[in-house]
Design a protein around this ligand. Structure first.
Ligand SMILES: O=C(O)COP(=O)(O)O
Ligand SMILES: [Mg+2]
Length: 224
């Protein structure tokens, strides 16, 4: 039997990226003289990658974008985000120890994020987390992305794991829905960017700190 796989969401789960997402988004929308957004707006804007975040910010400011207007703004966002990376973004408390613990216990670890792969991979690398992950799949890595269950399943397969022996950990509705639709147990964390109360997401478990993420707990959550 293959080793069990633990799949992590990135923004708001592994790494607190909010300050840099807000900074790069505000740099982007300033090109159109739009008023800056704040952290409270971010929970409604983030979740489907940078392109959607920019489009949502313009809509929030009452200036909806035509499809063909988005690309130059996306280029502006990417240039700013890459230049600052990793900026103020940091792994959440206890994460590094948890990754060490799970790696030591033989779990396969993977990242499944709706962030573009070209932003997700260098961010994970620059924070020194890359060596833990057998696969890092972005929102544009496959033909589908969260909440489509195919995103999680393809990530697990890319990591060399088996979707029948996996757990998904995330902060938002996309993560928990995708896991449920894939038949994969899920854990929600409260420190991310959910725009609805996380108790309503219907995850199988909640952890409030990565210290709670132990091999014993994860094995108990998986199907026999
Ligand atoms: O960047 C986004 O919009 C979402 O990223 P996440 O899937 O890692 O939360
Ligand atoms: Mg997230």
């Amino acid at each position: 039997m293959k080793a069990p796989t633990i799949v992590f969401d990135l923004d708001g789960t592994l790494v607190d990226t909010a300050p840099d997402l807000v900074a790069s988004l505000n740099h982007t929308i300033a090109a159109a003289s739009l008023a800056p957004v704040g952290y409270d707006d971010l929970t409604h804007l983030v979740g489907q990658g940078a392109r959607a975040m920019i489009a949502r910010a313009f809509a929030l400011r009452g200036e909806p974008l035509a499809e063909e207007e988005i690309q130059p703004l996306l280029d502006r966002f990417i240039a700013h985000y890459m230049a600052e990376m990793p900026g103020k973004s940091r792994p959440y408390p206890g994460l590094i120890d948890a990754l060490d613990r799970l790696t030591e216990a033989g779990f396969i670890l993977a990242v499944c994020t709706n962030k573009m792969e070209a932003l997700a991979v260098p961010l994970v690398e620059k924070l020194g987390l890359g060596r833990h992950f057998s696969a890092i799949a972005g929102g544009d890595t496959f033909a589908v992305r969260k909440p489509d269950p195919g995103h999680i399943i393809a990530t697990i397969e890319k990591a060399g794991g088996d979707p029948r022996h996996a757990v998904m950990i995330g902060d938002s509705v996309n993560d928990i829905l995708a896991a449920r639709n894939a038949g994969i147990p899920s854990i929600v964390v409260p420190f991310g960017y959910s725009d609805v109360p996380i108790a309503e997401l219907g995850a199988d478990r909640q952890i409030d700190h990565f210290d709670e993420l132990t091999p014993v707990m994860l094995r108990q959550m998986m199907r026999p």
